[in-house]
Design a binder for this molecule. Structure first.
Ligand SMILES: Cc1cc2nc3c(=O)[nH]c(=O)nc-3n(C[C@H](O)[C@H](O)[C@H](O)COP(=O)(O)OP(=O)(O)OC[C@H]3O[C@@H](n4cnc5c(N)ncnc54)[C@H](O)[C@@H]3O)c2cc1C
Ligand SMILES: C=Cc1c2[nH]c(c1C)Cc1[nH]c(c(CCC(=O)O)c1C)Cc1[nH]c(c(C)c1CCC(=O)O)Cc1[nH]c(c(C)c1C=C)C2
Length: 476
């Protein structure tokens, strides 16, 4: 393999370039990013007074093989000293809230949360859990998350808890999202053990094995629930870009919009605004719709299927208040769609990461997330949504949900257009079929990024690694 072009410089494209760069089989890597910054949704504002605000992900989970894989990379990049861990015993890990019937309710946790009736639920969770073991397994090869949980654990849990969870991870509608693709652990538990509960107790399906490096071992020993970085999440893509630059084997191009890709005798011609690049292989880490718009006509079935993967728009409003204004301490609260369709949830950023507050004086940082699958019906077309309107919806929610009447001392409103892909029912078949088309037509093309194999930062990095390993036929 001589030259590999990686399209898209979000965390997916950076991760794929990082793994390519580790292999002696690859002579040259060309990373092409349309915007003026690498990192995609990993985006932080670092204010001159030292405060840090996240516009995208704010915490990464160290759990599982994908979590260890990311920490191994963080270690290798020399970012270990920058880590801000949050342990499972921290109040931000123990307390998460739901805003239901105009009130905040702590999500049930621990034994007492399971055996007692905990509002907003009308009966002890233990009853649903015990009955779940006896529910028959479905013969369907996929179903919506709502249908799966209603069937196995009851409609109330699906309507409140799972509805909120899907808004807090996918900004999506659990009545449309696929259980098989969004929560493979739940799907596999039913398939292999006949029950979620038994799957959790006995394990289900073969787990990927990743050797834990020193940082991943530390995360286990210190029982981390999530982590961030001292100068914000954006330090992560910045460190990868720096590593790639230093390697001398990767050409990094910002403001390089891929316009068209055409097959050539030896691979591909990649057309940019101001020139053409030749590559033996392309790893696409572009959003699915962006890739569909640059593919040649000969790839029509693939183009169509890529277009069918939709994404939702989320308005992210960062707020900073004077003083310690929260009535409760925790990670944040989620709002089920039955309560308020447009308002997804509020993260209490100062609780897990007080290190990101401005160093002088007591302040509270919050992030309000709005829209998602309900963006259009609540706010109209994204072009028409004004920052003033979004800010006022966000501060109104903070007033109503948290009793904070003061105006924020600082705010920033950002509209993330099409930022989270939605894995609707049948997503797994679509992805299989797209990869089948690529294989059957001998296309020198790999698909990676958040549109296919998971939306979390860990999943996207792991997908970049898998794409490289499959291309090279070796473990990297
Ligand atoms: C608000 C929000 C909160 C989140 N919170 C979390 C969290 O707490 N934990 C977690 O694990 N995950 C979280 N995520 C998910 C995670 O951040 C994303 O799934 C992940 O960053 C996606 O990475 P990517 O590289 O696949 O895509 P992107 O970041 O979208 O990267 C794609 C890149 O391609 C570029 N591009 C597009 N078109 C072209 C073109 N024609 N030519 C060249 N380049 C092009 C874009 O500019 C972009 O940089 C969150 C996401 C959002 C939006
Ligand atoms: C309210 C909207 C959103 C909030 N975060 C996200 C959205 C759309 C995006 C997001 N959050 C998480 C992930 C990664 C999932 C993973 O597998 O690691 C993504 C893409 C993490 C997460 N956040 C919440 C939960 C339950 C999870 C799943 C993993 C975990 O248990 O830690 C809860 C939550 N998210 C938001 C709020 C306000 C909130 C409240 C409790 C914001």
């Amino acid at each position: 393999m001589r030259t590999v072009a990686v399209l898209g410089g979000g965390i997916g494209g950076l991760a794929a370039s990082y793994y390519l760069c580790k292999s002696p089989q690859v002579t040259k890597v060309i990373l092409l990013e349309a915007s003026s910054r690498f990192g995609g949704w990993l985006w932080s504002t670092r204010r001159s007074d030292g405060a840090v605000f996240e516009h995208g992900p704010r915490g990464i989970r160290p759990a599982g093989a994908v979590g260890s894989n990311t920490l191994n990379m963080v270690d290798d990049l020399g970012l270990g000293e920058e880590i801000l861990p949050v342990s499972f015993s921290h109040i931000a890990s123990r307390n998460r809230y739901l805003y239901v019937n105009g009130q905040l309710h702590k999500m049930p946790s621990g034994i007492s949360g399971i055996v007692r009736t905990v509002p907003p639920f009308s009966r002890p969770l233990l009853l649903s859990i015990a009955a779940e073991i006896l529910v028959n397994k479905t013969k369907n090869d996929d179903e919506s998350v709502h249908s799966f949980v209603s069937r196995r654990l009851g409609k109330e849990l699906a309507d409140i808890a799972v509805d909120s969870l899907c808004r807090g991870v996918f900004a999506g509608d659990c009545r449309k999202l696929s259980v098989r693709s969004c929560f493979p652990v739940l799907y596999n538990a039913e398939q292999h053990r006949g029950s979620i509960v038994l799957g959790m107790l006995l394990g289900s399906g073969e787990a990927q094995v990743i050797t834990r490096g020193p940082l991943a071992k530390r995360s286990k020993k210190e029982s981390w629930a999530q982590w961030s970085l001292k100068r914000g999440m954006q330090s992560f893509p910045e460190a990868i870009a720096e590593y790639l630059q230093q390697s001398g084997r990767v050409q990094l191009h910002k403001e390089a919009v891929v316009k068209q890709i055409d097959p050539s005798a030896s691979g591909w011609q990649v057309h940019l605004e101001d020139g053409v690049i030749s590559a033996d292989h392309i790893i696409s880490a572009l959003p699915a719709k962006a890739l569909s718009s640059v593919l040649p006509r000969s790839c029509q079935p693939l183009t169509q299927q890529l277009q069918d993967i939709s994404s939702v728009t989320v308005a992210v409003v960062n707020l900073e208040y004077d003083g310690s204004i929260l009535p409760v301490m925790g990670f944040g609260h989620l709002v089920p769609s039955s309560e308020d369709r447009g308002l997804l949830g509020v993260v209490y950023d100062s609780v897990p990461f007080p290190q990101h507050n401005r160093p002088d004086g007591q302040t509270t940082r919050l992030t309000v997330m709005m829209g998602g699958a309900w963006f259009q019906e609540e706010f109209g077309v994204p072009e028409a949504a004004t920052a003033e309107h979004l800010l006022s919806r966000a501060t109104e929610a903070v007033r109503c949900h948290l009793g904070v009447t003061a105006a924020p001392r600082w705010s920033r409103v950002i509209l993330h257009r099409d930022c989270i892909p939605q894995y609707y029912e049948g997503h797994f078949q679509r992805v299989e079929s797209m990869r089948g088309f690529i294989k059957n037509n001998n296309l020198a093309l790999s698909l990676t990024g958040s549109c296919y194999d998971g939306v979390s930062v860990n999943d996207v990095i792991f997908s970049g690694r898998t794409a490289v390993e499959e291309l090279l036929g070796t473990v990297v």
